[in-house]
Write a protein that binds this ligand. Sequence first.
Ligand SMILES: [Fe+2]
Length: 279
Amino acid sequence: METKDKSSNCVIDETSARRLRVWFDDYIDTFDMQDKELSINIALKREHTLRVCNEIAYIGKNLGLSETDLVIAEVLALFHDIGRFEQYRKYRTFVDSISVNHAEFGIEILRENSVLTTLDSSTAEFILKVISYHNRAYLPDGETPACLFFSRLLRDADKLDIWYVLTSYYSRSSEEKNRAIELDLPDTPGISPGVYKGIMSHSVINHSLVRSLNDFKMLQAAWVFDVNFQPTFQRLYEKGYLDMIRDSIAESKEIDDIFSMLRSCLEERIFLGNVSGLL
Ligand SMILES: [Fe+2]
């Protein structure tokens, strides 16, 4: 994939970019940080957002994006989870299926607060559309190459940081459990048959199949099949996230088989560059 053909054709000048960063900080400051549970989860998503900004810049620079497109990428990362804060304040959960679709909710918040109105309308609509695709199971057909390219970029950056957050969390002691991160899933042994079947057939796992915390960990491991760009594979490999997920699950032959298959797929993609035609 030639990145020069995937230019967003959108422009955000430095003054506007600065104003958007200030709006983000001011918006986060509107949440009640005296509420301990709320403040922990607001901080979690704020830090996630800022790291996704770094991850998208890392991938974008490695793919040779222009400075203009790197600013677009940063703004996408900055606002991709803007719905998460109000979602938690209002519903006390990050589970979309029992609250709201956090991507769509974020778009409502950006519109209600007229956050993107100083940008030209095509740039604003491009940003909203890519945000709306960041948590979809699959990207839609019929979108422009630029929209698909930036959607893939955002999804890769988001996954890199979710792997970081979750593997850091799994390595902590049980006294520090955060049910919001675990999506209130039961920590029962083994994995569900549908999850095993899906992952062994090299598929991403649909959230509807997830019944336990182990299933959720396998869903995250199966994201290997939903990564788009070579720098993302490289980062995943170097950080050792797959091994960290593996180490957080009790020993079993089934789990060992899954992770040896996933490691082979990852190494194949890195060392043989077998990435379905994508960079
Ligand atoms: Fe998200």
